[in-house]
Design a protein around this ligand. Structure first.
Ligand code: UT7
Length: 338
């Protein structure tokens, strides 16, 4: 007899800071709305207020997810936050969120896997609940990328946005929930996407600040090639673990980095446009927040129904990748109007 129990998503939530930054970035760098739209699919992104940290975005997203699940914060005994922009090195942003939610007592920690962070967090948390070690998990992807963006670098500053998404995990009825997870990494690509300074290898100095070494550095075209290959591959590996084929995908929630990367993945998986959620035109790449925000919006809009097989997939710094197959266990919410 298996000691593992089925675990699924029983609530989702998201929070986007209200300030919108359109492609009107040509005042800052040598770019154009046309270049950004055609090369990436992005039209605008959100930017958090100066005083806002990752936890400030995570808390309202988590509160919305808990409200949907009908679960009180005190019942949460596991919080995993995926972020590349934590409030501070330590304590973990998960501990800050735990205190703010009033969920004190359970385990709380952060995961760093770049834009794949939410998939890593989902994989780890779901397995901690499947074993019976924990009962109610809160998995959050939250990013304030605007604070680590070099606003003079046109190759990165047009791409990213701020936001947070959350999912509540709990045991669900057999046959539903997270059916398969595949996570992977290739550290040989570490230098393709990184922040050079600020860690123990290159602590902050006047020079590191002056040379903008605390911001995102990326070799975009190399990451692009990797992403085009890995999104489809990771999805197929997760499907294999779930015992499903690509023909059985009902809805696809990819990391929102570039519309051309998503299109390549859809081609590999034979997925028509209506089975794919896209919000990068409105939010840009929100790193670990992209997948949970897309999941929350797709569900609230009625695109996802009980019994649907979903594939969530992402890639990011590391280089890392991850995919999860979820058989959705919730009826559409009233606001979906279906
Ligand atoms: O979530 C993981 C994070 N990273 C990613 O997902 C990034 C994946 N990569 C990409 O999405 C694409 O590689 C980019 C959108 C970053 C770049 O698109 P690309 O088609 O790979 O362009 P490229 O880097 O090969 O650059 C083509 C040209 C270059 O000019 P030259 O050398 O051909 O004269 C760039 O300097 O486009 C230029 N360029 C720009 N031009 C106007 C780069 N950024 C810009 C810009 N505006 N913002």
């Amino acid at each position: 007899m298996s000691l593992l129990r089925p675990v699924g998503i029983v609530g989702t939530g998201s929070y986007l800071p209200p300030r919108i930054l359109t492609n009107d970035l040509e005042k800052m760098v040598d770019t154009s709305d046309e270049w950004i739209r055609t090369r990436t699919g992005i039209r605008e992104r959100r930017v958090a207020a100066e005083h806002m940290a990752a936890s400030d975005l995570a808390v309202p997203a988590a509160e919305r997810a808990l409200a949907m699940a009908g679960i009180r914060a005190e019942e949460v005994d596991l919080i995993v936050v995926a972020t590349a922009t934590p409030d501070a090195f330590f304590p973990s942003t998960a501990c800050v969120v735990q205190e703010r939610l009033g969920a004190v007592g359970g385990a709380a920690f952060d995961i760093l896997a770049g834009c794949t962070g939410f998939l890593y967090a989902l994989g780890v948390a779901s397995q901690m609940i499947a074993t019976g070690a924990h009962n109610v998990g809160l998995v959050i992807g939250t990013e304030v990328l605007s604070k680590i963006t070099n606003w003079e670098d046109r190759s990165t500053c047009v791409l990213f946005g701020d936001g947070a998404g959350a999912a509540v995990l709990a045991p669900v009825e057999p046959g539903y929930g997270i059916l398969g997870v595949h996570l992977g990494a290739d550290g040989t690509g570490a230098s393709l996407l990184h922040i050079p300074a600020g860690g123990s290898k290159m602590p902050a100095t006047e020079d590191t600040v002056k040379n903008k070494l605390h911001t995102i550095h990326m070799l975009g075209s190399e990451v692009f090639k990797f992403a085009v290959r890995i999104m489809g591959e990771a999805s197929l590996r997760a499907l294999e673990r779930a015992g499903l084929t690509k023909e059985e995908i009902d809805y696809f929630i990819p990391h929102q980095a570039n519309i051309r990367i998503i299109e390549a993945a859809c081609k590999r998986l034979n997925l028509p446009q209506e089975k794919v959620y896209i919000n990068l035109d409105r939010y840009g790449n929100m790193s670990s927040a992209s997948v949970p925000v897309a999941l929350d919006e797709a569900y609230r809009e009625g695109k996802i129904r009980k019994g649907h097989n979903l594939v969530l997939v992402a890639f990011g710094a590391g280089l890392t990748w991850g995919a999860a197959v979820v058989r959705w266990n919730l009826e559409a919410p009233p606001e979906a109007g279906v």
